[in-house]
Design a protein around this ligand. Structure first.
Ligand code: OOB
Length: 554
């Protein structure tokens, strides 16, 4: 087992194995099982590329051999940064085949994030397109390699023409391949936490925990081989990858269609063309779809289910989704760390519209606790804790962080505020962790603040989530200093030059004299949100000490 991975305690391992929750199967086994069971049925469609289960399996073998010939071996880590494509899926399955562990980076990540992922995962390889949507990933790869002591292989998925759309993975002779190397208990891939520290923590997902997750989620979503799943969100997002998503669809012999973007234009065409039956989106995408459908009615009769999750879904929008898209809504609360809670297809209207359902597995354990760690009464909000057969027991290589991220009995502190309704459904009612969820993308406040404070002329900074009709939340920053940047454009250039991904750039900024503090001396972010929503309000904290005295004496 690789160093830095936290296994489940032995008693739980025995319990999950005896009960049949975990099996000995790896994703390498699953890929060949799918090919024998579903052979000529279409597995994967992206643009003009179509793979059956058999041809996908063959492709995986060729690419696994290509990666093996380059020198990648079991337990090596490789940062995988490919856009939505059949190649992403093939590359990931090929790595599972030889026991190499991909780290799922977001396509939007840049120097700062990739450097970090390489460092914490100990990656020796990085797979990226040569160029995509005008961005030169080949150059990014070179910069990353020049800064790393151990990153050896930059694997460009493309030829030298630097064309924007063509992705080619290395191929080799499958005869060189050893028998599948990994075992079911070992990590299959790494997801990134949207958590509370400045840079994302790594979440090792093992073969057996994730295979259990995709099967259980496929049951809850009633997937069968007749289903066609549209991967509208980024494929590296846990939601699209396996809740039940791409892998859950394969597991049931269904077809996966991959979209380049979640735009209604593109996705509605794909839904019509391929008779898509199920998809998953974040609330901001759902808004775009509903608006587009109201504007110009499209025939999407095949779409029988839509999963919505990743951020709070307004009940009014939940109603509109069902009415306008004429499909059954499933609310999903999920996290890369594991726990998935979903409304069920046969739940009543109020549950579907107003709650995030119940955990998908009878082996999931959830508790809501108050600030002293005691369980709250029904309907009373507190922090949601989770433990179970597909929820991690420790972040990768983060022993100190793990000490407070988990309770002494192994429950993950989710950082989400929730309550349980009288009939047992979960409602996410707020957030304790300092994260901005902008259009479904997670931005860590501490990471941005750290960057802003490094900016010349800035002495203090706060990054907050302000409610927004369209994006759910927008990213607002407050700066203090003698000569802070005067505009959001300057901030943008500063952050981009620091190598930060573009989605983390703040939407609005305000320069203030001081940041408000709570009685404990921490930055009072609630007061900042109120200030952001009421720009004309008089704020006592935004007055210099001298002025404050003068006001007091007046
Ligand atoms: C999904 O996963 P992550 O890891 O990107 O983000 C997890 C966080 C949660 O802790 C929570 O703060 C928020 O995203 N969240 C929701 C939510 N679903 C996720 N907040 C309110 N309501 C919801 N329904 O976002 C994710 C992973 C798998 C499936 C779906 C979403």
């Amino acid at each position: 087992m690789i160093d830095g991975f936290t296994p489940w305690p032995e008693a739980d391992v025995a319990k999950y194995i005896e009960s049949g929750v975990w099996t000995n199967e790896t994703f390498a086994d699953a890929t060949s099982r799918w090919a024998s069971r579903w052979g000529d049925h279409t597995a994967l469609v992206h643009r003009d590329r179509k793979l059956t289960f058999s041809s996908m399996h063959e492709e995986v073998e060729f690419v696994a051999a290509g990666l093996f010939e380059i020198g990648l071996r079991a337990e090596d880590r490789v940062v995988l940064q490919l856009p939505n494509s059949a190649e992403f899926v093939v590359a990931a399955l090929a790595m599972f085949r030889i026991g190499v562990i991909p780290v799922f980076s977001l396509a939007s990540h840049r120097d700062k994030e990739i450097d970090h992922l390489v460092r914490v995962s100990g990656a020796i390889g990085y797979i990226c397109p040569v160029r995509y949507r005008g961005y030169d990933y080949a150059e990014l790869g070179e910069r990353i390699r020049s800064r790393s002591d151990f990153l050896r292989h930059i694997i460009l998925a493309g030829n030298d023409t630097r064309s924007d759309s063509r992705l080619d993975l290395p191929r080799g002779d499958p005869k060189v391949l050893p028998n599948p190397a990994a075992d079911a208990a070992s990590p299959a891939f790494f997801l990134l936490s949207g958590g509370t520290t400045a840079l994302p923590k790594l979440i090792a997902r093992t073969h057996r925990d994730y295979i259990y997750q995709i099967r259980t989620a496929a049951n809850v979503a009633s997937l069968s081989s007749l289903d066609v799943y549209l991967a509208a969100l980024p494929v590296e997002f846990n939601f699209a990858w396996g809740c039940p998503g791409i892998l859950g669809t394969f597991e049931r012999g269904g077809t996966v269609v991959i979209a380049d973007t979640p735009s209604p234009d593109e996705c509605f065409d794909l839904i019509e063309t391929y008779k898509v039956t199920i998809t998953s989106v974040v609330p901001t995408v759902a808004v775009l779809w509903v608006d587009a459908q109201e504007w110009e009615k499209r025939v999407m009769r095949s779409l029988s289910r839509i999963q919505v999750g990743g951020a709070r879904l307004d009940p009014k929008l939940a109603v509109r989704i069902q009415e306008v898209l004429q499909t059954q809504l499933m609310q999903v609360f999920g996290m890369a760390e594991g726990l998935l809670s979903m409304t069920r297809l046969n739940d009543n209207f109020d549950v579907i519209v107003g709650t995030q359902g119940t955990p998908i597995s009878p082996y999931d354990e959830i508790v809501v606790v108050d600030s002293d760690g005691n369980p709250t009464a029904c309907g009373v909000p507190g922090e949601l804790l989770a433990r179970g057969p597909y929820t991690l027991r420790g972040y990768f290589c983060a022993p100190e962080y793990n000490d407070h991220a988990f309770t002494s009995d192994g429950f993950l502190r989710t950082g989400d505020q929730a309550y349980i309704t009288s009939i047992g459904n979960l409602v996410i009612s707020g957030r304790i962790k300092d994260v901005i969820i902008r259009g479904g993308e997670k931005i860590n406040a501490a990471e941005i603040e750290e960057q802003l404070i490094a900016c010349p002329g800035v002495t203090a900074a706060a990054s907050v989530a302000v409610p927004d009709e369209l994006l759910g939340e927008i990213h607002y920053i407050f700066l203090v200093g003698d000569s802070p940047p005067g505009s959001i454009r300057e901030i943008r250039s500063w952050l981009i030059a620091r190598g930060l991904a573009e989605f983390k750039i703040p939407d609005r900024m305000e320069v203030v004299k001081a940041l408000p503090l709570t009685s404990l001396g921490k930055v009072d972010k609630k007061a900042l949100v109120v200030a952001a929503l009421n720009p004309d309000s008089v704020r006592s904290w935004n007055i210099s000490p001298q002025l404050q005295k003068d006001t007091d004496n007046a």
